[in-house]
Design a protein around this ligand. Structure first.
Ligand SMILES: [Zn+2]
Length: 112
């Protein structure tokens, strides 16, 4: 399943960041999901929650996902968010950004 690999990547990224920063608890994980990644954010959320259940540091962490609009560019010079038809010349624009899934921010708790 596509979403499982993504949820697992987010989980691993958060776990690594937590251990790199000597975290005792991860509170929140923020992730940007490109609209063109064709990923179902609710599904990712559900799988992430399943994955963290057995993890002492990540258990209870909140996954905050944000769907990010794609960025496209066209040979005519157009640059914007139109995915399928260039508004200036009608051609198919090229996708610059919008397929990626990026962990943008992690909130942790550290023992003093
Ligand atoms: Zn164009």
């Amino acid at each position: 399943m596509h979403e499982f690999g993504i949820a697992y990547d987010i989980f691993e990224t958060a776990r690594k960041a937590a251990s790199d920063n000597h975290a005792t608890q991860v509170k929140k994980v923020c992730v940007d999901i490109g609209e063109m990644s064709m990923v179902n954010p609710e599904q990712v959320q559900f799988l992430f929650e399943t994955l963290i259940e057995e993890d002492p540091i990540l258990k209870g962490a909140v996954l905050e996902s944000r769907v990010v609009a794609p960025e496209t560019r066209c040979t005519c010079g157009y640059y914007g968010n139109e995915k399928f038809v260039c508004p200036s010349c009608g051609a198919l624009p090229e996708l610059v950004r919008g397929r990626e899934i990026v962990v943008t921010h992690i909130e942790i708790e550290v023992d003093e």
